[in-house]
Design a protein around this ligand. Structure first.
Ligand code: COA
Length: 156
């Protein structure tokens, strides 16, 4: 397994749409405001984040094959990171390796990340990368239709 990051190209949008149409992944994230499979919402979101000069987005490749994406964006002045791996490839260390690469490419500290409290895999990825749990926030989760506990992590 060789995990690498590269820039996003227009030709990636079909694979990204398929990835974001995955119900299990969407449910894990919990906070996504778009329905899986809603192409118009997907297109609007990706056009917005790709044109945002503060956003950094990479395609994750595993041995040269599309394996997901990693990104960093500003939220209320704080630099956040996030990631999403193709479900068939979960459990192989790809997110762990991709986050390591991403941290080399983003010099800014601190970095922030947050996950719904039951997304244990994502919390493990963050902890392995050195992120430290800070606190819990009550946040509305669109996929759950209710407020959930969101666990906030910080690096540096
Ligand atoms: C969360 C996600 C990114 C993990 O990707 P991955 O490539 O499978 O992660 P890795 O294989 O690098 O590592 C996962 C770690 O979490 C652990 N893990 C995974 N699921 C777990 C669970 N349900 N409970 C406890 N630990 C879990 C693994 O054992 C591994 O830890 P280890 O190396 O100590 O054994 C992936 O499931 C995903 O893309 N989910 C949908 C999108 C998402 O949730 N993004 C994050 C939003 S905050």
């Amino acid at each position: 397994m060789t995990v690498s990051l590269r820039e996003v190209r227009d030709g990636d949008l079909e694979a990204l749409f398929e990835l974001e149409s995955d119900v299990a992944g969407s449910d894990m994230i919990a906070f996504l405001p778009r329905e899986p499979g809603d192409r118009a919402a997907f297109d609007a979101h990706w056009a917005r984040i790709r044109s945002d000069p503060e956003s950094l987005i990479w395609i994750i490749e595993d041995d040269g094959r599309f394996a997901g994406y990693a990104l960093s964006f500003l939220m209320e002045g704080e630099r956040q990171i996030g990631y999403w791996i193709v479900q068939q490839l979960w459990g192989r260390g790809i997110a762990t390796a991709a986050v390591d690469r991403m941290l080399e490419l983003i010099p800014e500290r601190p970095l922030w990340a947050s996950t719904v409290d039951d997304n244990l895999g994502s919390q493990r990825v963050l902890q392995k990368a050195g992120f430290v749990f800070q606190h819990v926030e009550r946040t509305h989760a669109a996929r759950r239709g209710t407020e959930v506990d969101e666990r906030v992590f910080r690096l540096g």
